[in-house]
Write a protein that binds this ligand. Structure first.
Ligand code: URP
Ligand code: ZN
Ligand code: ZN
Ligand code: ZN
Length: 468
């Protein structure tokens, strides 16, 4: 036989092309594309199906150490299992520095957490919370040269946020090292001030989380981040952009010729702040930051997805259980929204939601879908063309879609360790029927076939040119 695997008769879609062809795989890589390829030791007939590059989820959290009394439900085993079952073959979660601690140790610790557990391939972003001279001048350059070529910084959360001066220091290192800086843009003082006023007025229900973080709070921080990047003359990426106000700033900066990249997430095309107005404390299930906005923002996000203003569509999977003895979103009926850990699960539903709401409803085409969910993040974060495309030489990571399959999202169908999904009851059209990682089937026929430990760490290229 000529190949280890032949995927035969499908419609192959990349960010640039759509074509009927067979895919020949040897040693985990694509070695041939064409019509009527020779025999494979294994053959998969995908006539009538779409064959897309496996998804790259460039923003998801798993097994990230939390403060006392709180724990993420997904470790690398359940997190990557859930990814595979949703068509995602590469994840980039976060190795987070704790204030006063070493960044290098955070990355080493994270390698130990992933090893032997991951069933899809993975890379690490870093989170820089304490940019000391040692971190800036020694640890960051060394870690970038070892393939952790992007890092996130926060403008909010007391235990994470950086001052503008510290952000400038980080951006200068990113410029020198050719790394990409991801920025969480929300104004911390505005949020603290609004939260205090809401609490004093007794407005503590989960829905007030959104009142405490209105669009102007994100807009101001987004503009400030763009300005700091302009000052240092370095590309940045604004993560989890929620709506019209922040989008307007990003469009303005891109039109000025600044190298500004942007990411959005499923929650910002599906959920609204009003949806958080639920019985009891249930609204906590939708608490994420920035919060979901409104229908007008959904429309603005769709325009940005269609136009190319956004290059990345990630889940921002943050696996906190609603009810659990080991830390949860349910803080008690009378608790204040600000006690609830931020973030919602979505690794497994990310692709299906964008496919159904975007491609099936005619808002974006299939090639744009691939670009946003796979090739865009692979390019931006230094994984392309090994990941993010279907081409000779690329890893044989494939998601085989049935575009006609209609299904309803329910948490019991998902494979994460979270006890709810914010998308419960959502009706979708289109589903990944089979996921292939480096030529091995990891999801098929409604069953997970992956193997903890088969996922490999991916050292990444430098995303940006190095400046002096
Ligand atoms: O609310 C969110 N998004 N939590 C996850 C952490 C982050 O800021 O991305
Ligand atoms: Zn964030
Ligand atoms: Zn909507
Ligand atoms: Zn996040």
């Amino acid at each position: 036989v000529e190949f280890d695997l032949v995927v035969r008769g499908g419609t192959v879609v990349t960010s640039g092309d759509t074509a009927r062809c067979d895919i020949g795989v040897r040693d985990g890589r694509i070695v041939a594309l064409g019509e009527r390829l020779g025999e494979g030791a294994r053959e998969i007939d995908v006539t009538g199906r779409l064959v897309l590059p496996g998804g790259v989820d460039a923003h998801c959290h798993m097994d990230q150490p939390q403060g006392p009394g709180l724990r993420m439900a997904d470790d690398f085993e359940s997190g990557t299992r859930s990814a595979a079952c949703g068509g995602t073959t590469t994840v980039i979660p976060f190795a987070a520095q704790a204030k006063g601690k070493s960044l290098r140790e955070a990355v080493e610790d994270y390698h130990r957490r992933a090893a032997g557990k991951a069933s899809v391939d993975y890379a690490f972003h870093m989170i820089v919370t304490d940019p000391t001279p040692v971190v800036l001048n020694e640890e960051l350059p060394e870690l970038v040269s070892q393939g952790c070529t992007s890092f996130k910084i926060y403008m909010t959360y007391d235990d994470l946020k950086l001052q503008d001066r510290q952000i400038l220091d980080c951006l200068a290192v990113a410029r020198r090292e050719g790394a990409l800086t991801m920025i969480h843009a929300e104004n911390a003082d505005c949020i603290a001030w609004l939260t205090q006023a809401l609490e004093a007025a007794g407005l503590t229900a989960p829905k007030y989380h959104a009142t405490a973080r209105p669009p102007v709070v994100e807009r101001e921080a987004t503009h400030r981040a763009l300005s700091l990047a302009e000052l240092v003359d370095v590309p940045i990426l604004i993560v989890h952009v929620s709506g019209a106000d922040a989008i307007e700033q990003i469009g303005w900066a891109q039109a000025r010729g600044l190298k500004i990249h942007a990411e959005t997430c499923p929650q910002y095309i599906t959920l609204t702040a009003q949806d958080m107005d639920l019985e009891g404390f249930e609204g906590a299930k939708l608490i994420c930051s920035p919060p979901p906005r409104d229908e007008a923002s959904h429309e603005a996000v769709w325009r940005g997805l269609e136009s190319g203003l956004f290059q990345v569509f990630s889940s921002d999977h943050a696996p906190f259980r609603y009810d659990d003895v080991e830390g949860k979103k349910f803080a008690g009926e009378q608790a204040c929204f600000h006690c609830v850990p931020n973030g919602i699960p979505g690794l497994e539903t990310r692709l299906a939601i964008l496919f159904s709401e975007g491609v099936m409803k005619g808002r974006i085409d299939l090639n744009r879908f691939v670009s946003l969910t796979s090739s865009g993040p692979a390019r931006l974060y230094g994984l392309y063309p090994r990941k993010g495309t279907i081409a000779v030489g690329a890893d044989a990571d494939l998601a085989i879609w049935d575009a006609d399959h209609r299904w309803t999202v329910t948490n019991d169908k998902l494979h994460h360790a979270v006890d709810y999904t914010p998308y419960e009851g959502m009706e979708l059209q289109g589903r990944v029927m089979t996921t292939i990682l480096r030529g091995e089937v990891v999801w098929d026929g409604g069953l997970f076939h992956g193997q903890a430990g088969n996922g490999r760490f991916l050292p990444r290229d430098r995303p940006c040119p190095r400046g002096e």
